[in-house]
Design a protein around this ligand. Structure first.
Ligand code: HEM
Length: 409
């Protein structure tokens, strides 16, 4: 392994998720500088780095993600692109959607859609869990968010969300295609917001579409329909992305059958711990980029405003100083654990405080959906045929090559 290349682009793409942490381990540090696409960057890793990166508004996301990724993920005008008071105000709106009752409703809708899909599986010899979960989640997310989704649009919307997720870290034609397709999704979502505002459509209070159609920023103005649409998609797309974690939960149940046996027997005392371990152990977002807003110093390194920094999420979730045997799948480690007490260690979905920092407001949805999916995976009748369940770490975002094939006896 070359210690630190002058430009890390090729090494990062070739080595994938462990790139930052393997360099940090080799150098005995939590910080090193290099370049990505020739742009100077500082890579940081670990719980203290997570605190530096998330707390006290030290970093902005503006200008941090390359446009090909940004357009497919959070996009311009979103909560992610805001800082300070404007960010906290918009973030509070997101957090108003995730109260316990709303999570129970999300989980119930998911179960209904899962059972409907499982009926269809009966007529099929084999299905791919990742594809099925994406469609189930597209239906679930739209129903939960108050978005009308006629049957003839289900496949199309599922495909568009999938393209955004799969191609955010790719460059060239696949990314251009996904971005072109996203334009149609943006128009569809903006149309729904406009129909709601004109009264042509109604949605219950407490749903995401109702919220973003009515939401006013700190200046008292309604969001532009395009921005409200972006925020609506920032609920729908990542909810569909939970399909990857559902596949990882299925892999974990297959490779650690004692958990399948416990949950199937109705012992759910470790269900939440299992779900947190799925989020910690399996690779999803490798790292998050930001740009320094203020000058400060950490570990002898001087950060100047505008400096580009990348926090290692995967490496921090596998940091041996935080996790005993970090490369073992061991849900027991999360018994009695709470993210309020440990905001800087399980950072697969960002770090810090949800209301103040850029930490993911979808963590409760993710946990709820994963708990429901795990329960359904152990109670739905199917077989797991021999297949390659290995997860290549040099592909962003990762997934077993088979997508997890299920067959029926
Ligand atoms: C599929 C699993 C998910 C993963 C791996 C994930 C990951 C992340 C990460 C790493 C961040 C922090 C980004 C940063 O610091 O720059 C984030 C932020 C965000 N996530 Fe998630 N997320 C997931 C699910 C969700 C869900 C289900 C929702 C919505 C219901 C959601 C909505 C958001 C939003 C709106 C932000 C921006 C928050 C802010 O800037 O304050 N995510 N997510």
């Amino acid at each position: 392994m070359e210690a630190v290349p002058f430009d890390s682009t090729i090494a990062f793409l070739r080595e994938g998720y462990p790139f930052i942490s393997s360099r940090c381990d080799a150098l005995g540090t939590d910080l090193f500088t290099s370049r990505l696409a020739l742009r100077p960057i500082t890579f940081i890793r670990g719980a203290e780095a997570a605190e530096i990166f998330y707390a006290h508004d030290r970093f902005t996301r503006v200008g941090a993600l390359p446009p090909p990724a940004q357009h497919l993920l959070q996009d311009a005008g979103s909560v992610h692109a805001l800082d300070g008071g404007a960010h906290r105000h918009r973030k509070a709106a997101f957090l108003s959607l995730v109260a316990p009752e709303a999570m129970a409703r999300l989980g119930d809708l998911f179960e209904v859609q899962w059972h409907a899909a499982a009926q269809q599986w009966q007529g099929q010899r084999r299905v791919v869990l990742h594809e099925q979960a994406r469609e189930i989640l597209t239906r679930t997310a739209c129903a939960w968010a108050g978005v009308p989704l006629p049957e003839h649009l289900v496949e199309r919307r599922t495909r568009e969300f999938g393209l955004m997720i799969d191609n955010a870290a790719r460059f060239g034609p696949p990314n251009w295609y996904a971005r072109a397709r996203r334009k149609a999704t943006d128009r569809w979502a903006a149309g729904i917001i406009e129909d709601l505002r004109s009264g042509e459509l109604t949605a219950p209070e407490g749903t995401a579409v109702h919220l973003f159609a009515q939401h006013r920023d700190l200046d008292g103005e309604l969001l532009d329909p395009e921005v409200a649409a972006v925020e609506l998609l920032n609920i729908l797309r990542p909810t569909v992305a939970v399909a990857r974690f559902i596949v990882f939960a299925a892999v974990a149940l297959e490779e650690h059958p004692q958990w399948r046996a416990a949950f199937a027997a109705g012992d759910e005392s470790d269900l939440e711990a299992f779900v947190h371990e799925v989020r910690r152990y399996y690779p999803f977002f490798p790292a998050v980029p930001g740009r320094a807003r203020k000058a400060f110093e950490w570990r002898g390194h001087r950060f100047a405003p505008g400096n580009w920094v990348m926090l290692d999420l995967y490496g921090t979730c596998h940091d041996a100083r935080l996790w005993e045997n970090p490369h073992s799948f061991a849900p027991e480690r999360f018994r009695g654990w709470s993210w309020e007490e440990h905001p800087w260690s399980l950072i697969a979905q960002g770090a810090g405080r949800h209301g103040e920092d850029h930490r993911c407001p979808g963590e409760w949805s993710t946990v709820e959906l994963l708990k429901r999916a795990t329960r359904l995976l152990v109670t739905t009748d199917f077989q797991v045929p021999v297949q390659d369940l290995s997860i290549p770490l040099d592909h962003f975002p990762a997934l077993p090559k088979s997508g997890f094939v299920l067959t029926r006896s």
